[in-house]
Design a binder for this molecule. Structure first.
Ligand code: SAH
Ligand code: F3S
Length: 458
């Protein structure tokens, strides 16, 4: 009988990509993926360690899974529980201490060994912990992408981070920066397009510092940066849209900025985390940009592509942040005018330098600042969405919408857009008249369908 695996992924898009690859890998050893967490032979929690709240979720989920595992055992059905991702990487032994019933613990750099771990588990009956940073290339060991679930696919091109922002765990959980070779990336992109992807989002913790070894290593430098890679990807027949995330402001180079001007498939939307608008705080965070560097960069990008919509990440209440410094963040956000943005309350993470700073900000102050920034960013987002009313936008239809007869897609600016369309339009790019703006989505109707309707009436 075919076994079933349920993978629950938390956190960033790279985790979502990793989860898909785990499913591909496990399909090769007889596991079928299921969305039903209560009917699986193997449950994998693909965890996130970025903020305290994210990592604590794992332990509450494990509590529920323990009961399920016991109930299934009583029916004679063994169930395996695995913890993967960044919490597993950071807290392997601690997970085992708090949840002895966990069968497998593995990090983001070892999931390609899952079939091996399962065999080891069956052989020894003991919990397997595999959280090394292996020397072999995980990507070489993974099977080719098995299925493309939507017209939009993720493709990891770069992993890890050498930036060591003083608040962040990623350099410890994901390891050093590594770029996949250009030929492997192009091959995977062609495969994804062959399986129905119209849009590819290139992923990396520092994706704009991509330096992939090129096939012709005699060429100057021997490596392509992201701008060059995007130009090559744009030549793939059937690939209509390219995006990339996440970028580090100081790594934004001329080649990539000019790709925004020259490559029509490169979508006019960029997630460019700034974190703070105050130079003293940016320095204490070990960010390698000032507030003005960021402003200049945005100007340059908008000169290259005038309709570029921007998104960002902000942290409020970093240790020592004064009211005036917080207000500098509000100002930078207001001036830039983000189409959307994420704001977070600073969360001290064990092992990071900022967690040991003396001047931690009181909870109440942090949450009050978060509310103020959040309200302002929200208002900007609504304003941006409203500015789209009356426009015609090409929307890549991805899935059924919430209401019957509706489909949901994405605008070039990453907005969710719903419209009444037949379900065979999933996977198509449809020009929609934008008629409605909500805080988190747009509503539109098909320009072509409207024309047909008017002609019929006439
Ligand atoms: N370049 C990375 C960013 C990772 S973390 C990537 O996309 O893979 C995503 C965001 O979480 C950061 O930009 C930051 O704003 C926020 N973040 C990271 N560490 C945090 C902490 N300790 N407290 C609060 N927010 C944090
Ligand atoms: Fe984290 Fe800074 Fe790297 S936010 S992922 S250490 S760029």
């Amino acid at each position: 009988m075919q076994k079933k695996v349920h993978i629950k992924s938390f956190g960033c898009q790279m985790n979502a990509y990793d989860a898909e690859r785990m499913a591909d890998l496990l399909a090769g050893v007889g596991f079928e993926a299921t969305d039903d967490g209560t009917d699986a032979d193997l449950v994998i929690l693909n965890t996130c360690h970025i903020r305290e709240k994210a990592s604590e979720k794992v332990y509450s989920d494990l509590g529920r899974l323990r009961e399920l595992k016991n109930a299934m055992a009583a029916q004679g059905r063994p169930m395996l529980i695995a913890v993967g991702g960044c919490v597993a990487q950071a807290e392997g032994q601690e997970i085992l201490r708090r949840a002895k019933f966990v069968d497998l613990i593995f990090g983001p750099q070892t999931y390609h060994r899952l079939p091996l771990m399962l065999r080891e588990r069956a052989r020894t009956g003991r919990t397997i912990i595999d959280t090394e940073f292996p020397a072999e290339d995980k990507f070489d060991a993974l099977p080719p992408a098995g299925r493309v679930e939507a017209a939009s696919a993720f493709l990891t091109v770069q992993e890890g981070c050498d930036k060591f922002c003083t608040f962040c765990v990623v350099p410890y959980t994901r390891g050093a920066e590594f770029s996949r070779p250009t030929d492997a990336v192009l091959r995977e992109a062609r495969l994804l397009v062959g399986k129905g992807a119209r849009e590819i989002t290139l992923l990396g913790q520092n994706v704009n510092n991509y330096q992939g070894p090129a096939p012709d290593r005699s060429a100057a430098g021997g490596a392509w940066r992201l701008g060059r890679l995007i130009r090559e990807l744009a030549d793939i027949d059937g690939l209509e849209r390219i995006r990339y995330t996440t970028s580090y402001p100081a790594d934004m180079d001329e080649e990539l900025i000019s790709a925004h001007r020259d490559v029509p498939a490169l979508m006019p939307f960029l997630h460019l985390p700034v974190q703070s608008g105050a130079d003293r705080i940016l320095k204490a965070m070990n960010r390698r940009h000032s507030a003005d560097d960021y402003r200049r960069l945005v100007e340059q990008l908008r000169r290259a592509r005038s309709d570029l919509a921007l998104s960002s990440d902000f942290i409020v209440g970093f240790p020592g942040e004064s009211e005036a410094e917080f207000e500098a963040t509000l100002s930078l956000a207001r001036e830039t005018g983000f189409a959307q943005a994420y704001s977070f309350m600073y969360s001290p993470r064990p092992g990071t330098p900022a967690a040991d700073l003396d001047d931690q900000i009181a909870d109440g102050v942090r949450s009050e600042r978060l509310r103020r920034l959040h309200d302002q960013l929200n208002a900007d987002q609504i304003r941006f969405n409203e500015s789209c009313i009356g426009k015609q936008l090409p929307v890549l239809m991805e899935r059924p919408g919430a209401k019957p007869g509706q489909l949901l897609g994405r605008s070039p600016y990453m907005q969710a857009v719903h419209a009444e369309l037949p379900s065979d339009m999933i996977g198509e790019i449809v020009t929609l008249n934008i008629e409605q703006a909500n805080p988190n989505s747009l509503g539109g109707s098909s320009a072509a369908a409207n024309r047909l309707r008017t002609e019929a009436v006439a």
